[in-house]
Design a protein around this ligand. Structure first.
Ligand code: G1P
Ligand code: ZN
Length: 545
């Protein structure tokens, strides 16, 4: 066996963020950069767990090259089995399914999620552990520590492996299995949802769907599940061919970037009944209906309220969790169901413990992520199937389902404003400045509302007792409104400041107002407290979702 031990020097910036290590492709192409980080991951895996991994990615630029390198490093590091998605494809949720179903020690997912791809775009590496979920902070901290003092990495000299043909290959002691990236995932979806009634919905002839895969990883999954298994028309799928640069687009399923899908809904006569999109690595989702965009926060609440109607959740839900900036719509559902609602920091990794411990069934984030304890990642197509199943059972439009929910629970008007590529120093100064003034803000009056809570969110994990501080500033008001401010942990250029606005309207109130207009009074308060315009150098946010 031709194993080299390559001397290297550490890179100081290999610190995983909200979701793995994300950098420009050009950074990952720096000699030894990828290898160093992969070796740090391997070294961070405890001795008895270095047996079997899965490897795949969202098909973005540099995916194929990185896979070949990681295959040779896994072989040199003594793994017994390495499962690799055919063509190097594996959606993030499918990786979680494979780890759990095949009882692997973990997985490496190559993706920068919804960030653009291509030679000048972004690349990323995420490590998932045995439960199929993102490595918790204790593990990512260990990876960072190891990477910070790494002196060498191991790699085997070998020819390029054919990752386009399913089958087994031997590399030294390591068996490489090139697997169908879709089949295990489909099997699990069939268990959770009533495929027969969804099929009937598509066959009814009165239901039109549009699904936009945004030239990212869900294309092959959507073709198999929606078209082949469920009988949706092939024309109902858009942009299903994965492309290394996502066709030049930004594979983030929101009203701004999924504009092709959104445009279909602007045609009053031909608009589909149901629309959905997913992101680069297939873990996000956006749900649209005629005349309605379902905010991810509302989507989570509606799922929680209706889960018992679906086969996979027929016995009810154990509890729910949402990230702190996500609206409190789901809190009201949990209260009504008599189950616990946990508030966690931003990032899916915080849900894992709660699910492993059996404390929650459903969880979600405002950033177009929702999921359940079927795996340990958020899951885009799962959410789409959940909604399709709900529509099939209720025989109601998306609009009707949403309105009925608001009429029962009230509506949390919600919007996130992003200021992208802001000067790091100015952004930090703005947030630090607000943080320093938090104590004095309690009770401060703004018109007819006042601040009832002003803090920097801390999370104490109820399962392992770990603590996370400084997770974002929360301002709650006497009328149940909230303003939340935090800095993104996934950007690769400058600082991205996220400001989240939420305002509650009771069930008997005005439920169908225009969101930005309804929230406008909160924008004024945010400006007064943070001088957003001068601090960010922007007259208005770059992205509003
Ligand atoms: C963003 C989202 C967060 C999500 C993460 C990974 O992180 O806000 O909810 O878990 O992407 O998809 P951020 O850039 O805000 O740190
Ligand atoms: Zn993603």
């Amino acid at each position: 066996m031709n194993i080299s031990i390559v001397g290297t020097t550490p890179f100081v910036d290999q610190k995983p963020g909200t979701s793995g290590l994300r950098k420009k492709v050009t950074v990952f192409q720096t000699p030894h950069y990828l290898e160093n980080f992969v070796q740090a991951i391997f070294d961070a895996i405890p001795q008895g767990e270095k047996t079997a991994l899965v490897l795949g990615g969202d098909g973005r630029y540099y995916n194929r090259q990185a896979i070949q390198i990681i295959i040779r490093m896994a072989a040199a590091n003594g793994f017994k089995r390495l499962l690799v998605g055919q063509h190097g494809y594996l959606s993030t949720p499918a990786a979680s399914v494979v780890i759990r179903k095949q009882k692997l020690d973990g997985g490496i997912i190559l993706s920068a999620s919804h960030n653009p791809g291509g030679p000048d775009g972004d690349f990323g590496i995420k490590f998932n552990t045995r439960n199929g979920g993102p490595a918790p902070e204790s593990v990512t901290d260990r990876i960072h520590d190891i990477a910070s003092s790494l002196a060498e990495y191991r790699i085997m000299a070998a020819d390029e492996l054919d990752i386009d043909t399913c089958g087994c290959y031997q590399l030294g002691e390591t068996t490489i299995e090139v697997i169908d990236p879709v089949s295990d995932y489909v099997e699990l979806m069939e268990q959770l949802f009533d495929f027969t009634s969804i099929k009937a919905l598509f066959n009814s002839g009165v239901f039109n769907m549009a699904f936009d895969a945004m030239h990212a990883i869900t294309g092959p999954y959507a073709s198999e599940i929606l078209v082949r298994c469920l009988g949706a028309a092939e024309e109902s799928l858009m942009n299903i061919q994965p492309k290394e640069d996502f066709g030049g687009g930004h594979p983030d399923p929101n009203l701004v970037y999924a504009h092709e899908l959104v445009a279909l809904f602007e045609q009053p006569i031909t608009a589909p009944d149901f629309g959905a999109a997913s992101d680069g690595d297939g873990d996000r989702n956006m749900i649209l209906g005629r005349d309605v965009f379902v905010t991810p926060s509302d989507s989570l609440a509606i799922m929680a309220a209706n889960a018992h109607l679906l086969p996979g959740y027929a016995s009810g839900i154990k509890g729910v969790a949402r990230s702190m900036p996500t609206s409190r719509a789901v809190d009201l559902v949990a209260e009504c169901l008599g189950v616990e609602c946990y508030e966690t920091p931003t990032g899916w990794k915080f849900f894992g413990n709660l699910m492993d411990e059996g404390l929650i069934t459903l969880c979600g984030e405002e950033s177009f992520g929702s999921g359940s304890d079927h795996i340990r990642e958020k899951d885009g197509l799962w959410a789409v199937l959940f909604w399709l199943n709900l529509i099939a059972i209720k025989k109601q439009s998306v609009h009707k389902i949403v309105l009925t929910h608001w009429q029962a629970f009230g509506r949390h008007y919600y919007s996130r404003h992003d200021y992208e590529g802001v000067d790091q120093g100015k952004a930090s100064a703005m947030i630090e400045g607000l943080r320093d003034r938090l104590d004095g803000l309690n009770g401060r009056q703004f018109g007819n509302i006042s601040i009832t809570l002003a803090d920097d969110f801390s999370y104490l994990d109820p399962v392992d007792g770990s603590r996370c501080d400084r997770q974002g500033i929360r301002l709650s008001f006497s009328d149940e409104s909230r303003i939340v401010v935090r800095m993104s942990g996934t950007g690769t250029e400058g600082a991205t400041v996220r400001v989240y606005y939420e305002r509650y309207e009771p069930a008997n109130g005005k439920l169908e107002e225009e969101t930005q207009a309804y929230l406008a009074s909160l924008f004024v308060i945010a400006e007064e407290l943070m001088q957003l315009q001068s601090s960010t150098g922007r007259a208005k946010p770059d992205i509003i979702t």
